[in-house]
Design a protein. Structure first.
Length: 168
């Protein structure tokens, strides 16, 4: 029993985030990934499933949620830019990130208008606003009206749906 618990712990901790090397490899295999192209994508879920790692596909294309307090960017405080992990769309700047204690990385504003889209979400017996990437329609998380000034918004995002590039 103890061996099983140790094995499960190792699996959980190694699957909580993709290393930068794995992310670079993933984006090189994704022909739709671009940090400069802002044109809208129309890619089928079948195509995304061939390209994306299983954890990212589940969250981004099936509106899944990573476990709270496990994401790579939850306590991340480096200065830089956050992009959509699926398509490379620019989403947030680190100076809009704040410690919300909700278990997921949180931001009070997007980097630019149109970088995300909003949909009503009535799943799980809740009324929420889903946030999707404005370029590829991938699920990123949800937005709430309990954030800090000046916007009073809390964009509660899944780390797996984000890529990060540190400022030079």
């Amino acid at each position: 029993m103890k061996t099983i618990l140790v094995l499960l712990t190792v699996i959980v901790f190694t699957s909580c985030g993709r290393s930068q090397e794995n992310k670079n490899e993933m984006t090189s295999e994704n022909p739709y990934y671009s940090r400069t192209d802002t044109s809208k994508l129309a890619v089928s879920n079948e195509e995304w499933k061939k390209i994306l790692p299983a954890d990212l596909y589940h969250v981004a294309r099936e509106a899944g949620t990573e476990r709270a307090f496990t994401g790579e960017y939850y306590k991340h405080d480096a200065k830089g830019t956050y992009y959509c992990a699926v398509c490379g769309n620019k989403l947030f700047r680190s100076d809009a990130k704040f410690a919300s204690s909700c278990g997921w990385p949180s931001f009070f504003e997007t980097d630019r208008k149109g970088s995300v889209i909003y949909l009503d979400d009535y799943s799980h017996r809740m009324i929420r606003t889903e946030v999707k990437c404005g370029r590829c329609d991938s699920h990123l998380g949800h937005v709430f009206d309990d954030g800090p000034p000046p916007t009073h918004k809390r964009y509660c995002m899944n780390s797996v749906s984000l890529d990060f590039e540190v400022d030079e």
